[in-house]
Write a protein that binds this ligand. Structure first.
Ligand SMILES: [Zn+2]
Length: 96
């Protein structure tokens, strides 16, 4: 049984740092009100005026959110969540 070969892709230290410091929440302002939402939300509804605001840009440029989406897509395949859980536990132990 041969090992599957992986294509080497360069991930810069800057990219890794940007992922590590990626905020868990996104804040947008509308009608003077602050709306807190997931950084992956595409739209937010203003509680004041009810306007639907597009909070995620799809400019064609690849953004960090797209990178996360690729990881989430990967996680949606069978077996992926188990290895993610194992790795999360290992990382937690490393940080203790
Ligand atoms: Zn509003």
């Amino acid at each position: 049984m041969g090992m599957k070969t992986f294509t080497a892709v360069e991930a810069s230290p800057e990219l890794l740092e940007a992922i590590r410091s990626f905020p868990v929440r996104r804040e947008v302002e509308h009608c003077g009100a602050r709306i807190v939402l997931s950084p992956f939300a595409i739209y937010a509804d203003c509680p004041q005026c009810g306007t639907r605001i597009k909070v995620r840009s799809f400019s064609g440029a690849t953004e960090l959110e797209d990178l996360f989406d690729a990881v989430f897509e990967w996680m949606n395949q069978p077996g992926a969540r188990e290895v993610v859980q194992q790795r999360l536990k290992a990382l937690e132990r490393e940080l203790e």
